[in-house]
Design a protein around this ligand. Structure first.
Ligand code: CDP
Ligand code: CDP
Length: 228
């Protein structure tokens, strides 16, 4: 039976991964965070000390197996989850992800991973390129001030203090790069439901998307963990 597919796209800090993870747990879907894959490749590229600006440098990807499983990201079976959220990775990931060579390899991995399973996949080009036939497409957004505040809180938890203005600029720069690249840019698919989470809690957004999933006939009959 073909799987049930949910595509979640949106800019940095709109809540994609947190909300996708919750929905996956409640509705028995497999969650795949595609941003973690681009971050993992950026981490490996930094480790290898290659010229990040040269697309030809990324041939090293031919020997790599990238896999996202149960909230962890693996490269050749090495768990790199705790290495991919550094400032160096965040600063460089939009450059790395702009190269068609890098994108083609990761998009194929993502398409293959979603085959024949019930999946909720989050990223920038999921509804447009990776899962164009998704059963439900959601585009999450929020104003940049709110997204910067969320990032600031995330950093505070890790004991890192960062000015709001600096975070706002970093997010705007990344959004700009992600939206203007030639190959599969960040776009809102025309058939997506747009949810502005600026004044919406994680719970409210999760509930809203869950309602949309439960409206889908194809989803019916599947076991839910809702309310656990
Ligand atoms: O969580 P955060 O918003 O910081 O970003 P992420 O989802 O971890 O994605 C990191 C970066 O990977 C993005 O800024 C994009 O440059 C790239 N990305 C992409 O190009 N396509 C995707 N499907 C997912 C992420
Ligand atoms: O994946 P993406 O970059 O879109 O966002 P995220 O990493 O899921 O969310 C960034 C932060 O904002 C996390 O700490 C979330 O808990 C928080 N968040 C929030 O406070 N309210 C929302 N409605 C959505 C996310």
């Amino acid at each position: 039976m073909p799987g049930f597919k949910v595509a979640i796209d949106g800019p940095a800090g709109s809540g994609k991964s947190t909300i996708s993870k919750r929905i996956a747990e409640q509705l028995n879907l497999t969650h795949i965070d595609t941003g973690a894959m681009y971050r993992a490749i950026t981490y490996i590229a930094l480790q290898k000390n290659i010229d990040l600006n040269d697309e030809a440098s990324y041939v090293f990807m031919q020997d790599l197996k990238v896999r996202y499983e149960k909230n962890r990201i693996y490269v050749n079976d090495l768990d790199v989850t705790d290495k991919i959220r550094t400032d160096a990775v965040t600063r460089n990931v939009s450059k790395v992800s702009s190269f068609p060579y890098v994108r083609r390899i990761l998009v194929q991995i993502q398409k293959d991973a979603a085959q024949n399973i019930d999946v909720i996949m989050d990223g920038r080009d999921i509804g447009s390129v990776v899962l164009p036939d998704a059963d439900l497409k959601i585009f999450l957004t929020a104003n940049v001030k709110e997204r910067a505040k969320r990032r600031q809180k995330d950093k505070e938890v890790l004991g890192i203090k960062q000015e709001l203005d600096a975070l706002e600029n970093e997010i705007l720069e990344r959004d700009h790069k992600d939206s203007t690249r030639k190959e599969s840019p960040l776009v809102c698919p025309p058939d997506a439901i747009v949810i502005d989470t600026t004044h919406y809690s994680i719970e409210d957004t999760t509930k809203r998307i869950t309602e949309e999933i439960l409206k889908k006939e194809k989803y019916h009959g599947r076991t839910t963990n809702e309310g656990r």
